[in-house]
Unconditional design. Structure first.
Ligand code: GDP
Ligand code: K
Ligand code: MG
Length: 299
C-alpha cells in the first residue's frame, strides 16, 4: 500500500520540549485528528506517539514525546528515555518552547544536549497567541546562538504559523518512498487510543496528583453489524480512597468521565460507541512493567 514515485519524500521529525510546551497539541493539529492526548498537566504523554501527516507528496512522520524533565520515579526515567530515544533516529528535531514561560531549567538542559547530539534542529516558539511581541523578540535573540538552523513562531492552539512550519519541514525531509500507507495517521491501535482518550478525561477532571496514580486499559472491543462498538475499559488506581474519588458521589464522577470519553471516541472513531468503565485497585501498578507494555516503554 506504500506509494512510491520519484518526487516522494518521507522523514521523521522528533518534537522535543519541556512538559506542557504544547508538543501533543501541535502534532494533533498537523495530523488533523487527535492522535496524542492533551491536558494542562505534566506527564500527560507517557510514551512516544507517532502522528503521520501528508503535505503534497511528502509524508511527515512526527514523533511526539513525553516532556523532558529531571526524572525521579522509575516511570519518569522510562518516559524521559523514550523522549530522547524518539529523537535518536529522526531526520529533524524540533525544540518546542512555551514562549510565555521562556527558557526554564528543563529547556536549558535540553538545548545543551541537542547541541551535541542533534545535527538538524529547529526552534519552535509556541503559544504566541498569549505573548507580546517584545518578549518574543527578546527570546529569539537569546536563542539565536543555539544549535538551531531556523526559528519559527507558532500557536499550536489557534494554528497560526503552523502551515509555514509544515511547508518548510516538507522541503527538508529526505527524498524516498513513504513508510506508511497514505491513510495512516498513527502507529497506535484503536484499543490503545481509546484507553488514552479516557486517560485524557481523567487528567482533565481529577485534581492535583491523582491522575498520576491512574492508568487505563481497554479490556474488550466488540464490533456490531450496525457499525457500533462496545468498549470496556478498566481504570487502575493504587488505593481504595482513590477509587471512591473516581466513582464520585452516587457515581457522578465516573458517569461524567464516561460521557466525555464516549463523545470524543465517537468523533474520532466515527461510529456509535457503547463505553463501559470499571475501576480496580492495583497497588503499585506504577512498578509493574506489564501496565506499560502497550505504550512500548522499556525498562
Ligand atoms: P505537551 O505536554 O508539550 O504535550 O503539551 P500539551 O499539548 O499537552 O499542552 C499543554 C497545555 O498547553 C494544554 O492545556 C494546551 O491546551 C496548551 N497549549 C498548547 N499549545 C498552546 C498554544 O499555542 N497556545 C496556548 N494558549 N495554549 C496552548
Ligand atoms: K501536558
Ligand atoms: Mg504531550
Amino acid at each position: 500500500a506504500t506509494k512510491t514515485g520519484s518526487e516522494d519524500r518521507c522523514g521523521f521529525i522528533a518534537v522535543l520540549g519541556a512538559p506542557n510546551a504544547g508538543k501533543s497539541t501541535l502534532v494533533n493539529r498537523i495530523v488533523g485528528t487527535k492522535v496524542s492526548i492533551v491536558s494542562p498537566k505534566v506527564q500527560t504523554t507517557r510514551a512516544r506517539v507517532m502522528g503521520i501527516a501528508l503535505q503534497g507528496r511528502a509524508q511527515l512522520v512526527f514523533i511526539d514525546t513525553p516532556g523532558i524533565f529531571e526524572p525521579r520515579r522509575r516511570l519518569d526515567r522510562a518516559m524521559v528515555a523514550a523522549a530522547w530515544g524518539g529523537a535518536g533516529d529522526a531526520d529533524i528535531s524540533l525544540l518546542l518552547v512555551d514562549a510565555d514561560k521562556g527558557i526554564d531549567s528543563n529547556t536549558a538542559k535540553i538545548i545543551e544536549r541537542m547541541k551535541v547530539e542533534h545535527k538538524r534542529a529547529h526552534l519552535v516558539l509556541n503559544k504566541v497567541d498569549k505573548v507580546a511581541k517584545p518578549k518574543l523578540l527578546e527570546l529569539t535573540s537569546r536563542l539565536k546562538d543555539g544549535p538551531f538552523d531556523e526559528i519559527f513562531m507558532i500557536s499550536a492552539l489557534d494554528g497560526s504559523g503552523v502551515d509555514d512550519l509544515v511547508t518548510f519541514l516538507a522541503g527538508q525531509i529526505p527524498e524516498g518512498p513513504w513508510h506508511f500507507p497514505e491513510d495512516q495517521v498513527s502507529d497506535m491501535t484503536e484499543r490503545l487510543l481509546a484507553a488514552e482518550i479516557t486517560r485524557e478525561k481523567l487528567y482533565l477532571q481529577l485534581r492535583q496528583e491523582l491522575p498520576y496514580s491512574t492508568t487505563v486499559e481497554t479490556e474488550t472491543w466488540e464490533e456490531f453489524d450496525n457499525g457500533s462498538v462496545k468498549i470496556e475499559q478498566v481504570i487502575f488506581v493504587e488505593r481504595d480512597s482513590q477509587k471512591s474519588i473516581i466513582l464520585g458521589k452516587n457515581g457522578q464522577m465516573i458517569k461524567q468521565l464516561g460521557a466525555d470519553s464516549r463523545k470524543d471516541l465517537e468523533e474520532i472513531l466515527d461510529r456509535r460507541v457503547h463505553l463501559f468503565l470499571f475501576v480496580k485497585v492495583r497497588e503499585k501498578w506504577g512498578d509493574d512493567p506489564e501496565r506499560y507494555r502497550d505504550w512500548g516503554l522499556d525498562f
